[in-house]
Design a protein around this ligand. Structure first.
Ligand SMILES: *Cc1c(COP(=O)(O)O)cnc(C)c1O
Length: 437
């Protein structure tokens, strides 16, 4: 008997597997299957992006001649650590950058971004954010909030300026050019690609290209630094391939594919990457030192799997957007909008629905599925937040995860999912438990 697509959609021998294993009603299953059919064309586009990125990655492995010995560990100073050198070269090749630092010694995305800023900026220089307020944890590193005297950029005599997004949530290019022309101390134009936890669009690489062009026209002595977190492989080009000087991202997000256990990368212009390496370890030493007493294998494997895993996350975000759109909620981005990152925002306008949604995502996770998250006063946040994070790698948000500040208009930010099936199960669980169908 030939395989029939409709037969296998969630059914084994006539039984509904979502119902059998997870207690999801036929009504919810049928709704989500219908939503998935509506997403077919968008999914096709995502698969095309994944294909191109996968081929880019395979090409880079071959070009860099990655060998089994590159998985070897190192100890002590890590002199002649070939694995580290090859891994950095591999990332640089994939991102079209001159040079890169890829290191398990970088503790997080924030650590990497902070290191890059401290590495490039000097007292008296001005950092200009062109996307309004940066990601929360960066505000502390810059010195925009919190106590004085703990060594933020501002403590060190670096100045900070920002241009708020315009009324359409877009970068205000005219205002940016104006300030670049009048303030000659501006050294860095800073771009955050992802929406982070703001109700705004993420930047597409095309939009980043427009910003780069405008900055270059106004000034050729300004470095363009992009917080690339959540963005990698969501499009066919990275910001470095449209003229950004430095991109930075976390390995427990997109480029680690849920396999890399920790770390971050910094890639871009060689001269700047070198300066940043002096900040990472010590001036004059840079990446000459730094060992890792475990195998580098998961970093290589993570990069290899990243284009596919990102495509799974994107499909999860798209089906989630479409489902909640059809159920009457406001979502950002819309299911068929061009995406510059893997995050999806859903506006619930209702505290109970937000909490139920986050709890459902936790319930559909593979790790800690029995845990019920509740809102709490997380340090560094103004409002209570609620988070779902049932991941293999602690805090990894390339894995299925969601959170939201418990305040009006009750927006959930959801991202990740190592495979589409898990994203879809999370969606079904949420629709079932929220009782909104
Ligand atoms: C995740 C992220 C960061 C860095 O966060 P860490 O938790 O320190 O890794 C910075 N900017 C954006 C937009 C992010 O999504």
């Amino acid at each position: 008997m030939p395989y029939k697509f409709s037969y296998f959609r969630g059914k084994i021998l006539g039984e509904n597997i979502y119902n059998k294993l997870f207690g999801i009603s036929n009504k919810t299953c049928e709704f989500v299957e219908k939503v998935q059919n509506e997403c077919a064309e968008v999914f096709f586009g995502i698969e095309e992006i994944a294909k191109i990125n996968q081929l880019k990655v395979i090409n880079a492995f071959r070009k860099q001649n990655i060998c089994a010995r590159h998985f070897n560990m190192s100890t002590g100073y890590g002199y002649d650590d070939d694995s580290k050198v090859a891994l950095s070269g591999l990332f640089a090749c994939v991102f079209g950058a001159e040079s890169a630092i890829v290191s398990p010694l970088i503790a997080s995305g924030t650590h990497a971004i902070s290191t890059a800023l401290f590495g490039v900026l000097r007292p008296g220089d001005v950092m200009l954010s062109v996307v309004g307020k940066p990601y929360d944890t960066l505000c502390d590193a810059i010195g925009l909030n919190g106590p004085k005297g703990y060594g933020s950029l501002i403590d060190w005599g670096v100045k900070y300026k920002q241009i708020d997004l315009d009324e359409n949530g877009k970068v205000d290019i005219a205002a940016m050019i104006n300030i670049l022309e009048t303030n000659k101390n501006i050294k860095i134009a800073y771009i955050q690609r992802s929406r982070g936890y703001e109700w705004r669009s993420s930047l597409t690489v095309d939009e980043i290209k427009d910003i780069v062009t405008a900055v270059r026209k106004a000034r050729n002595d300004v470095h363009i630094v992009v917080d690339n977190c959540y963005g990698e492989f969501s499009e066919i080009l990275e910001p470095t391939q449209v003229g950004a000087d430095i991109i930075i991202g976390s390995l427990i997000k997109n480029p680690g594919a849920g396999i890399a256990p920790t770390g971050a990368y910094i890639a871009g212009k060689e001269e700047l990457v070198e300066k940043i390496s002096y900040r990472l370890t010590a001036p004059g030493i840079g990446c000459e030192v730094g060992s890792y007493a475990a195998s580098y294998l998961p970093y290589y494997q993570g990069l290899y799997f990243a284009p596919h895993v990102v495509s799974q996350c994107l499909k999860g975000a798209v089906i989630t957007a479409k489902a909640f759109e059809m159920l009457g909620f406001d979502v950002m981005p819309k299911y068929n909008e061009k995406r510059g990152d893997i995050t999806q925002a859903i506006k619930f306008n209702d505290e109970k629905l937000l909490i139920k949604y986050i709890q459902s995502i936790q319930n559909a996770s593979i790790i800690d599925s029995a845990v019920t998250p509740i809102p709490w006063d997380m340090p560094g946040y103004d409002d209570e937040v609620i988070m779902a994070a049932g991941s293999f790698i602690q805090g990894s948000s390339i894995e299925l995860s969601a959170d939201g500040p418990v305040t009006s208009p009750y927006i959930a930010y959801v991202q990740g999912g190592l495979n589409f099936e898990n994203c879809k199960l999370g969606l079904m669980t949420a629709i079932e438990r929220m009782n909104i169908l």
